[in-house]
Design a protein around this ligand. Sequence first.
Ligand SMILES: [Mn+2]
Length: 259
Amino acid sequence: MPGMSDPASTTALFVADTHFHLRPDAAEQRRLERFLELCELAHRAGHLVLLGDLFDFWFDYPHFRLRGYEDVLQALDRVRTAGTRLHFVGGNHDIWAAPYMRERYGCEIRAPHSDLAAGGLRVRLCHGDGLFKLDWDYGAFRTVVRARAGIAAAKSLHPELLYALSTWLSGRSRCATRDEAEVIEQRAAAWLASQAPPGSGPAWDLMVIGHVHHGFVTEANGRRLAALPGWLGTLGYAVLREGRLSLLDFDRDPAPDLG
Ligand SMILES: [Mn+2]
């Protein structure tokens, strides 16, 4: 029987799509404070998985980065100090943060998806953009950020101009509408059903994604796919423990007892 020190058996917390800005407004400031509390909860978890679009915009120049996100970055320092392993899978808004996250927090990044043994399961992590036509962009960001030419162009811009451009491209991230949510769930279920059963298919039991800003879990062929609700209308996160995955709201649901 695996002991508590076995990384595969430990609890994992998942969060995505907080879409924090370099200069938060009042509503975001409140969400930010709740996120710092979620980070404290993560001190007692084995893993904290940041599944993309934590930051609405991130860019590193060769010798400096845009100023901001200090509260979040320092909270993540404390998570790491507490002994929790941090994982970062970049989203379409913050893929450029991946090298920084690896350097500061020792995150292991194997983009575009990453496999993690946690909570007694083999978990596949991916942000979700470009996956089974779940290509809700809620903005025009993806094409620019994913392209090599986009990086080269961004480096040549003055930082303030790049910041202004990012604000314009990003627009206002929002939750999925009821109609969008229905289509997203249908496509995800069809995609999961099309995967070969365990043994002959991909080597994971559970896939966790973000990006769609709508939380749900679907099951087919002995596998589960969970989408995180995001952190815009709700304060969504997931807890995986002993093979059980719960989608929770940090405002509405009591925090799980992680011992
Ligand atoms: Mn996204």
